[in-house]
Ligand binder design. Structure first.
Ligand code: TRP
Length: 447
């Protein structure tokens, strides 16, 4: 068997993990879920979820991946718990499910790069999204996005993924800070900050049942949890890295990017509409596109340049996440059956493309795929990982957390305790609320 690759540098791993984490979840989904779920109350729950539940959970995936040193499915086998390979498989399928509509949104982003360059949406920034988000053109661009993802994965970890993500994190931060500052200077953005940053706890109490599952699942989605992505990435990691240090840095950077994206999109929506548009009236998946495109249109020629740069960065972020979703499945088949990497990557990409045509054809499908992923698939998958790490693998997991840290024993013990108790309970409540939500209003299109 060929020697398994490892990350060339520690920074390479961190950037690749941040590259996986930072994506459409932060830039597209976080702002729109925030506006759909009441603003700051959602942000508040999200922050708690990211640090108190997301961080312990990501460490759990790192433990599994580094210890097993193999893809996310066989990892459980190698840790001598073969029955749990089912969990890896569930994660893998969840990843493919999510990638199917993620790629459609990636296609929209490609579209907006081109349309920024030509100024195609400048006459009607609000309406343009509606014209281009569904139908044949959306299917074509979804295919282009999927194909690009497959090409990167075909090249393998070091040459493909590590190189592709190196420039991304700094450029995203710079672009977002620039746009956030610009949005702040615009007339009418003022009230956005209260809406976004000052939580209304009565609102939270009254809408607990819908805010919590979305906010917690948003944290999972954004941290690339529950799909074997972090297990797979950590499997390429050496024993001298500190998992707690790397994990914390990844969570902080990822959260910062989400918050910044909100600081761009929400003020821009207020500038345009005086508030965040109602989801029913279209203030949903289009928030990012509609929010910023008005600004680029107002800026004229400069707006074309900014528009291309902005959506270009969003595209890089989306691609670096998409490759991690595809890598989970590809590395499983390559490790396990010895198939050719490029053929495998393109094979999966083709299947995912086919599934995603539904979402590209009608946005109602996209919403349905997304709800099911949020309310059921992600929490189920994270719950199983948490149970495994906490209760099945327990003590050995503590050893793994301590490796590469100086001492670190107290942290490791506290971590195991958290995984076994409140993290487990939190994920369980999220799943329960998510399922009740879906059950109350089954969002199946055309029924
Ligand atoms: N975290 C990515 C984002 O925010 C999406 C993503 C990549 C993902 N890999 C994942 C989500 C694995 C869940 C699981 O855009």
């Amino acid at each position: 068997m060929a020697e398994r690759e490892t990350w060339a540098t520690r920074l390479g791993f961190i950037l690749a993990a941040v590259g996986s984490a930072v994506g459409l979840g932060n830039l597209w989904q976080f702002p729109f879920k925030t506006s759909a779920e009441g603003g700051a109350a959602f942000v508040f729950v999200y922050l708690i979820a990211a640090f108190l539940i997301g961080l312990p959970a990501i460490l759990g995936e790192f433990v599994i991946g580094r210890r097993a040193n193999i893809n996310a499915v066989e990892a459980f086998d190698r840790l001598k718990h073969p029955a749990w390979t089912v969990v890896g498989a569930i994660g893998l399928l969840t990843g493919l499910w999510i990638l199917s509509y993620y790629s459609v949104v990636g296609g929209w982003v490609i579209r907006f790069i081109v349309d920024s360059a030509t100024g195609a949406y400048f006459t009607d920034p609000g309406g343009h999204f509606g014209d281009v988000s569904m139908g044949w053109a959306a299917i074509g661009l979804h295919g282009l996005f999927m194909a690009t993802t497959a090409v990167i994965v075909a090249f393998g970890v070091e040459k493909g993924i590590e190189k592709a993500t190196r420039l991304m994190v700094p450029s995203i931060l710079v672009m977002l800070v620039g746009l956030a500052v610009y949005a702040f200077t615009l007339d009418g953005s003022g009230p956005a900050y209260g809406y976004y940053l000052s939580p209304d706890f009565d609102y939270l109490a009254n809408n607990f049942g819908s805010i919590v599952p979305f906010a917690v699942s948003q944290a999972f989605f954004s941290l690339s949890l529950g799909m074997g992505a972090m297990i797979t990435y950590a499997s390429y990691l050496g024993d001298d890295d500190s998992l707690p240090a790397d994990g914390s840095l990844i969570v902080v950077l990822n959260t910062a990017v989400g918050l910044l994206a909100g600081l761009v999109v929400i003020p821009l929506l207020f500038v345009q509409f005086g508030s965040v548009p109602d989801v029913a009236a279209g203030g949903g998946p289009d928030a990012l596109f509609v929010g910023v495109s008005q600004v680029f249109a107002d800026l004229g020629l400069a707006g074309r340049v900014f528009g291309v740069a902005f959506f270009g960065v969003v595209l890089i972020a989306a691609l670096s996440s998409a490759i991690s979703l595809l890598e989970v499945a590809t590395s499983y088949v390559v490790d396990n059956y010895g198939y050719n990497r490029p053929v495998t990557a393109f094979g999966f990409a083709g299947a995912i493309f086919a599934l995603g045509t539904l979402s590209a054809w009608n946005i109602a499908w996209l919403g349905w795929f997304d709800s099911l992923a949020y309310s059921v698939l992600l929490p189920v998958s994270v719950l199983l990982v948490v149970i495994f790490v906490g209760w099945v693998y327990g003590p050995e997991a503590v050893d793994e957390i301590k490796k590469g840290t100086d001492g670190g024993g107290t942290f490791a013990t506290a971590w195991l305790w958290s995984i076994r108790t409140y993290v487990l309970a939190g994920v369980f409540v999220t799943l329960y609320l998510g399922v009740t939500d879906i059950y109350a209003a089954p969002p199946i299109p055309f029924l």
